[in-house]
Design a protein around this ligand. Structure first.
Ligand code: NAP
Length: 255
């Protein structure tokens, strides 16, 4: 397909490179700042612009990958005619696109993306939704050209999926960061935790995470829990997180 990318951040970069690898043509990259638009355009061999009113009319599909809070204001400055527009956000309803074109949908790859890190796109679930069977088929076909895992997920399901993803990805990663900070206080390298992190993720993937829960909270060892809370006295937020997490684990395992 001939595709215009609106946004040049983490997702647009990885998705753009994959689309190009799979023989789609990126016609143009739009981004707010010249440096990011230019950089991605140079990687993709495409035109670029920072002017919303200079969006190319040549796209068969316009993929919107700007920050969630900017989507509506960016779209309001562009003219898509009746062309197909899809956003890539887990948290946003499909209908935010309705005022801007009669052909619209969602193309949401469920993975954590960073500009500089390659990912195996063939394994990434692409969650699609569209406002007509014809547009759904176009997004399905595009999805199949870059991944082996295409799912039809509606707005309500995607909202729940995104919430779940925040827990299993963003929050878990923050907990890694807290672990790293705690180790630093005793001059222990974070490397020592890496086999534990890998095994925890591997078990969660192989089994139900609930079934393989270990640690003081699931056993409800009060003496250990109290000692840890005491050690976290000078970190009041982490103390709160520890308490809440322990209660949540305990609750989930009581039934
Ligand atoms: N990263 C992920 O793991 C991931 C995964 C799935 C879905 N998504 C979705 O993909 C979309 C983009 O996420 P991202 O992680 O790629 O974000 P990002 O790396 O922060 O990039 C954001 C992009 O939006 C542009 N932008 C930000 N604020 C703007 C504004 N006020 N006006 C115009 N443009 C603005 C930025 O432009 P400049 O750089 O030029 O300033 C940049 O091109 C979001 O909807 C997100 O939910 C992301």
């Amino acid at each position: 397909m001939d595709i215009v990318l609106i946004g040049a951040g983490n997702l647009a970069t990885r998705l753009g490179l994959r689309l190009r690898e799979c023989n789609h043509r990126i016609v143009q990259v739009y981004s707010r700042t010249e440096a990011s638009a230019k950089l991605l355009a140079s990687l993709l061999g495409s035109e670029w612009t920072t002017q919303p009113d200079e969006i190319s009319p040549e796209g068969q599909l316009y993929l919107i990958s700007v920050s969630d809070k900017a989507v509506e204001s960016v779209l309001a400055q562009m003219n898509f005619g009746n062309r197909l527009v899809a956003h890539t956000a887990g948290s946003m309803p499909m209908d935010v696109l309705q005022p801007f074109t009669i052909n619209y949908g969602v193309f949401y790859p469920l993975q954590t993306f960073s500009k500089s890190r390659e990912v195996d796109f063939a394994q990434i679930p692409i969650c699609i939704e569209a406002n007509s069977p014809e547009n759904l088929e176009i997004l399905h076909k595009l999805g199949r050209s870059i991944s082996n895992d295409i799912r039809e997920i509606d707005t309500v399901q995607r909202r729940q999926l995104h919430l779940s993803a925040v827990f299993v990805c963003n929050f878990v990663n923050h907990l890694y960061a807290v672990g790293e900070e705690l180790l630093k206080e005793e001059k222990i390298d974070f490397d020592i935790l890496k086999p534990l992190i890998s095994e925890t993720a591997a078990k969660a993937v192989e089994f139900s995470p609930k079934e393989v829960q270990t640690g003081p909270a699931v056993r409800y060892d009060r003496n250990v829990i109290d000692k840890h809370l005491e050690m976290l006295k000078s970190h009041s937020q982490w103390n709160d997180i520890y308490k809440l997490m322990s209660e949540s684990i305990h609750q989930l395992h009581r039934h």
